[in-house]
Design a protein around this ligand. Structure first.
Ligand code: NDP
Length: 480
């Protein structure tokens, strides 16, 4: 059985605990590799290495740092096939998705921040006749990056690329559920010429090694993406020691469809925004609100298309949905179907596990599910399910749609479908969300601010926002 290893000080090494955790292949439900069950001593080793590397990396010219990050990006692109297969196997997502979305995006993340840093400037404020202020933007030092399992390398690189570009050294932890592509990344970084100790990648459980990263006094900032409950714990733990925090958390995103939308385009995009990556994207629109005039038409055509959607093993080119990430997650998602029924909802299609033929008969497959007949404030419509389950709810007025959309504790993203430009702007202005798509979904420009409001997080990633997060501003005044 293959054993994954930590990457510390430019070398692969075993965990000091000597312990390993099983790594399951979601497509088959079988263990296929072992993950280091790292502990506090591994974090200490990584921090020691990062401390030594920091003066080298932070004082390197921006040009040199940029070149290393460009090489890192090219290094992933050169091993595209290996990375896409690994991501799909580790996560259960269709290979086509890993090939078209996950790994190309990881390549872009590194390339984007490798070049963004060349243009990152700081401010100066002149005081006429008095003096001038200028702002230095210094790297923070050692930072912690903790990422989830749904878009493993995509979200891992979305943090570590800006952190590295800004001159920080990193202690990073991918999700224990999907560690493989982060494991491969160590070698790519080494081959790109990254000095030893700059990027340290530790594997293991959140409540042990993740917690040790959050608590370590020399790790000055934490960039975290994951569940709201974990984010809350991290915020509570980091607050007394005044760590800088970026928290990208859960969502329960509304997809609001007006009578006057482009129906065809809306329908095909709504299929994606509901079920891409088995509905396990924080930006998926899981609450679909449809204006009464087209509700019946939408329901008929959407349910037909969803029921025809192919659920298959990830390497099958016909697979639109692969396996969910783990047995426990599949059970959690299925439990919400039961809750929805108890709350009076009707399952229009799906709602059950899919049993494929051997060797995939123990895989974590589920039919995409559409539920109607629920009130906007029931548990199914308020809590994050994070799987292939959506609800559909009719509405009459803009005010009603807005009230229901804004009724959850979350505020990550929202999608609006309408041909009325004034209404689109009005709604976008009022909706509780960090990201609003109008007549589109998941169109991403890496320069734009990314993140949520309310329980969906604190702070923003992307573009200058990320580079500002990973630097500390220092104002200097010089008297004339
Ligand atoms: P979790 O919060 O369970 O875990 C996220 C990461 O944090 C994992 O690496 C996990 O490790 C680690 N972790 C868990 N507990 C601790 C702890 N006490 N201290 C430090 N680290 C810890 O989230 P999931 O992995 O289940 O991801 C799904 C969630 O992520 C959903 O809520 C989704 O909405 C959210 N998400 C948000 C996005 C956004 O941009 N806003 C984007 C993508 C997902 P381990 O897995 O080993 O336990």
């Amino acid at each position: 059985m293959e054993k994954l290893r930590n990457f510390i000080n430019g070398e692969y090494c075993d965990p000091t605990t000597g312990e390993y955790i099983d790594n399951y292949e979601p497509a088959t439900g079988k263990v296929y590799s072992l993950i280091p069950n790292s502990g506090t001593e591994d974090v200490q080793k990584a921090v020691d290495a990062a401390e030594k590397a920091f003066p080298i990396w932070s004082k390197m010219s921006i040009d040199e740092r940029s070149k290393i990050l460009v090489k890192l990006s090219e290094g992933i692109a050169a091993r595209m096939d290996e990375f896409t297969k690994a991501e799909s196997r580790d996560n259960g997502k269709p290979l086509s998705l890993a090939t078209h979305v996950d790994i190309p995006r990881a390549v872009s993340n590194f390339h984007f921040f490798a070049t963004a840093i060349l243009h990152f400037a700081s401010e100066s404020h002149n005081m006429e006749g008095v003096g001038v202020n200028y702002t230095l933007r210094k790297p923070i030092g050692i930072v912690g990056c903790i990422s989830p399992w749904n878009l493993p390398l995509y979200l891992f690189s979305w943090k570590i690329a800006p952190a590295l570009a800004a001159g920080n050294c990193i202690i990073a932890k991918p999700s224990e559920v999907t560690p493989y592509t982060a494991y491969l990344l160590g070698q790519v970084a080494k081959d790109a010429g990254m000095p030893d100790g700059v990027l340290n990648i530790l594997h293991g459980e959140g409540h042990t090694v993740g917690d040790a990263i959050v608590k370590h006094p020399k790790i000055k900032a934490i960039s975290f993406t994951g569940g709201t409950k974990t984010g809350e714990y991290i915020a509570r733990t980091a607050a007394p020691v005044f760590k800088k925090l970026s928290l990208e958390l859960g969502g329960k995103n509304p997809n609001i469809i007006f009578d006057d939308c482009d129906f065809k385009e809306m329908l095909s995009t709504t299929l994606r925004s509901s079920f891409a990556n088995q509905g396990q994207i924080c930006l998926c629109g899981s609450r679909i609100f449809v204006q009464r005039g087209i509700y019946d038409k939408f329901k008929a055509e959407f349910v037909k298309r969803v029921s025809e959607t192919v659920v298959a093993e990830p390497n099958d080119p016909k697979a639109k949905l692969g396996a969910l990430v783990s047995k426990s997650h599949l059970e959690k998602v299925l439990s919400y179907v039961k809750i929805a029924q108890e709350e009076g909802g009707t399952v229009l299609t799906g709602g059950e596990r899919v049993l494929l033929d051997a060797p995939f008969d123990n895989g974590y497959y589920m039919r995409p599910t559409v539920i109607e007949g629920l009130s906007y404030d029931c548990r199914t419509n308020q809590e994050e399910i994070f799987g292939p389950v959506v609800t559909i709810t009719p509405f009459d007025t803009e005010e009603e749609a807005l009230m229901m959309a804004n009724s959850t504790v979350y505020g990550l993203s929202a999608t609006l479908w309408t041909s009325d430009l004034k209404r689109a702007h009005r709604m976008a202005n009022e909706i509780h969300a960090g990201i609003v798509w109008i007549n589109a979904w998941l169109v991403r420009d890496l320069r734009t601010p990314f993140g949520g409001v309310k329980a969906s997080g604190v702070g923003r990633e992307g573009g200058w926002e990320a580079l500002r997060f990973f630097t500390e501003p220092k104002n200097v005044f010089v008297k004339y």
